[in-house]
Structures are given as structure tokens and as C-alpha cells.
Write a new protein. Structure first.
Length: 413
């Protein structure tokens, strides 16, 4: 904590001349022109790929929907708020879409706007703004970024170097493990370990996909465990020497769908390029990805360490766990989180294939159980509301894995 405070003090001292030379004159200029044009500023969170992709795509969708969009003439100006930028290719794409000016120029002005009373109208985000699509915008509006033909040709050539034909159907896999944030030494990220998963549980689903003609790319810049599989249609990109900022984005645009445990990169296929996604092992339970019809979700099992029994949906909420964000929160309640089995992941994958191919059909009983789940989930969210500002859900459009619900009917009660 002391290190963080010292860094903030040093940063303030370093930028003090800019506050005098740029910040104050810029702030005054914005106020002077405000009768004719509203100028809004904001920093882009570019340190994490999830927010870099999701936050900005949602901003564009909100502009399309008229959400947080001024009714008068306005200009929105952005700057990259973090160094280093997590993905330079994505930064270049956003530069083509948004007006992005240098950090040193806008940061001093934005800082003054934050602290001067009655100036929040000059900020683009009035409070919280994250990568959750609470207004269900992704299913309403088209994507805002595109990859040009020259880059597509380059991407095809790079995939061929990975052993993937140019016309291949691709599925991506993203499994969070303890290596995910280990390289970031700015804080102790071990409290996120409750979200980690074993990549080997996904192998049967991957093998099934290759039998059906798909190639699978295991994504990630850092991973703890390589995929222990001998199959030339399964590429462990996380341990491949051909990683690049460009390929990280291009693969997300190129895939048919994504299988993930819920980590930042999955916003690239799901939000930037509107690809279907299987979200497995999602916790905390109150933060399921509910906002698109293209999503299939599952959650980890919550097991009472004392009795060995599994908590029902209602018990997860009544024990105060739906919004738990630290491993210690589960430990205090003597709750063990058990990952989805290989069979459960395979079942969800087969269900997604039916959605992608347009062949999936559900029985009347399956649909009743699906509706019962979401009705129960909605009731519990109302009974145990999110304790902070804002909301986590809009309309419930996702499907919970149908096979999972059929095999665990008592869990819903």
C-alpha cells in the first residue's frame, strides 16, 4: 500500500508542470466553449485486454443507443490511461474509430475536471463503467471494429504457420490458471485463485471438436500447464513462439466460437466480434454472463466442506456468496469450489455446436427447466441484490447448460 501511495505522489510531482502549462489553460478553454460545444474527456483502460476491448465496445454501442450521449453538439476525446498498452494492434484499431490524443495532453485536463465541482458533465463516464452489457446492446447493434483485407491475408498466412489451413473452422479455448496475473507484480493477485481451472478437463471436448472438423486454439499469453494432448488440430498458442498482438485479435475475429472460464481475452471474440461463447465454471454465481443469446453458461459446484453436500442455488445466495470476489470469502464459509467435469464441459460444447449449426432442439421439459432456472435466478438476485452501485444484469438472454440442469434438477430448488 505504501508503495502505491509513493508512486502516486511521484506521479503528481512529475506532472505538476503539465497541470500548470496544459491542465489549467485546457480546462478554462473547455469551460469557455461549453455554451456552443460540450467537450468530454476520459482515459481508456488499456492495461487489461478485457476492459480494453469490452469497455470501449460498450461505449460505441451506447452511442448507437443514445445512452450517455449528449443531446447537444459534443466532442469525445480519449487518451490511453496505462503503460504499457496490453495490445498495440487493438490500440491501432481504436485509433481508427475514436479520437485519441496523447496522455500528457489530456491527463492534466481530465484530472482537473474530476476535482472541480460541477464539471462531471465533461467526463464521458459519470460513475462506474465496466465491461458488463447491462443494456443488452451486443445483440442489438453491429460490431464497431473490423480487420482490413490486408491484415486478414496476413492473419491467414500466420495461421498456416501454426498448421491451420486458411479455410479451417476454428474454436478458441481460454482457461484461467495461476499464471494469469503472476507477471503483474503491482499487487498480490492470489485472491483471484478461486477462478482458476484445470485445462485437462477440457481435452475431451476439444477432441470431440476435432473429430467434427474443427481446429482448436488454446489462447493466453501466459499459462501454467501445457495441453497434454497429441492432436495436430489442437494448437497450444499459449506456449507457441508465434504469439503476437495482431494474432491475439485476429484469432478472436476468426473463430467460430469460444470456450472460456471467464477471463479478459474472451471479450475479444464475444464483444468485439459478436462470437458465441461457452462460459464454464463461472464464479461468483451472481455475476453470470447473462446478456446475450449467444452465450451458454455453467458455474462451479459449491460444496460444504463440513457436510460434503452441494449447495443449492438458494443456499449459495443465503450464505452470502453470489458476489464473493476473493478466495478467502469462500474459505470463511468452508465452501470448496469444484470445477465442471470433463463430461459437463463436453455436453455444453455439443449444445453450442447445435446453436452454431442451427440444429439444436430442446424438449418441452428442457425448456421448462431452463425457464425455471432463470426465474429462480432472477428471484434470488432480487432477494439478495448487488450491494454496490449499479447493476450486473439486464435481460437474461443466455442459456444455462441444458444437460447440466437436467442432471441437477434438485440444485435449482
Amino acid at each position: 500500500m505504501l508503495d502505491i501511495v509513493i508512486k502516486k505522489i511521484v506521479k503528481a510531482l512529475l506532472y505538476f508542470p503539465l497541470f500548470l502549462l496544459i491542465g489549467i489553460p485546457g480546462f478554462i478553454f473547455i469551460k469557455l466553449v461549453s455554451p456552443w460545444i460540450l467537450i468530454r474527456l476520459e482515459g481508456i483502460n488499456c492495461a487489461r485486454i478485457g476492459h480494453f476491448a469490452g469497455n470501449m465496445e460498450l461505449y460505441c454501442c451506447e452511442m448507437d443507443a443514445g445512452i450517455n450521449r449528449p443531446s447537444r453538439k459534443y466532442i469525445d476525446l480519449f487518451f490511453f490511461n496505462n503503460e504499457p498498452i496490453c495490445n498495440q494492434y487493438l490500440a491501432d484499431l481504436w485509433k481508427k474509430k475514436l479520437t485519441i490524443l496523447p496522455f500528457w495532453f489530456l491527463y492534466p485536463i481530465r484530472t482537473l475536471i474530476r476535482f472541480v465541482p460541477y464539471s462531471k458533465k465533461n467526463l464521458i463516464y459519470s460513475g462506474h463503467h465496466n465491461d458488463r452489457d447491462m443494456s443488452n446492446l451486443m445483440d442489438r447493434f453491429p460490431k464497431h471494429l473490423s480487420i482490413d483485407e490486408k491484415d486478414k491475408k496476413n492473419g491467414t498466412e500466420l495461421l498456416e504457420k501454426l498448421g491451420i489451413p486458411g479455410d479451417a473452422k476454428i474454436v478458441t479455448l481460454l482457461v484461467r490458471d495461476s499464471a494469469y496475473l503472476a507477471a503483474d507484480t503491482s499487487a498480490d493477485w492470489s485472491y483471484h485463485s478461486y477462478r482458476d481451472c484445470n485445462v485437462e478437463n477440457f481435452i475431451p471436448a476439444l477432441e470431440e471438436l476435432t473429430k467434427m472438423g474443427y481446429y482448436v486454439i488454446r489462447m493466453g499469453r501466459k499459462a501454467e500447464t501445457p495441453l497434454r494432448v497429441i492432436n495436430n488440430k489442437i494448437i497450444d498458442y499459449a506456449f507457441n513462439d508465434n504469439q503476437s498482438d495482431f494474432l491475439d485479435i485476429y484469432i478472436g475475429a476468426r473463430c467460430e466460437f469460444c470456450i472460456t472460464t471467464g477471463a479478459g481475452w474472451d471479450n475479444v471474440p464475444s464483444m468485439l466480434f459478436r462470437k458465441p461463447v461457452i462460459f464454464t465454471n463461472l464464479v461468483p454465481f451472481g455475476r453470470l454472463s447473462t446478456y446475450s443469446k449467444r452465450f451458454i453458461v455453467t458455474t462451479k459446484r459449491h460444496i460444504d466442506k463440513v457436510t460434503g453436500t452441494e449447495l443449492s442455488m438458494g443456499e449459495i445466495f443465503s450464505k452470502g456468496l453470489p458476489y464473493a470476489l476473493r478466495t478467502a470469502d469462500f474459505d470463511k464459509q468452508n465452501i470448496a469450489l469444484v470445477e465442471n467435469s470433463a463430461e459437463e464441459i463436453k455436453d455444453a460444447t455439443i449444445e453450442m455446436l447445435g446453436y452454431v449449426n442451427g440444429t439444436q432442439k430442446f424438449s418441452v421439459d428442457e425448456e421448462k427447466l431452463q425457464n425455471l432456472f432463470w426465474e429462480k435466478y432472477s428471484q434470488l438476485l432480487c432477494a439478495y441484490p448487488y450491494p454496490y452501485a449499479g447493476s450486473l444484469h439486464g435481460e437474461y438472454k443466455a442459456r444455462f447448460s441444458s444437460k447440466y440442469l437436467v442432471q441437477n434438477k434438485n440444485w435449482v430448488n
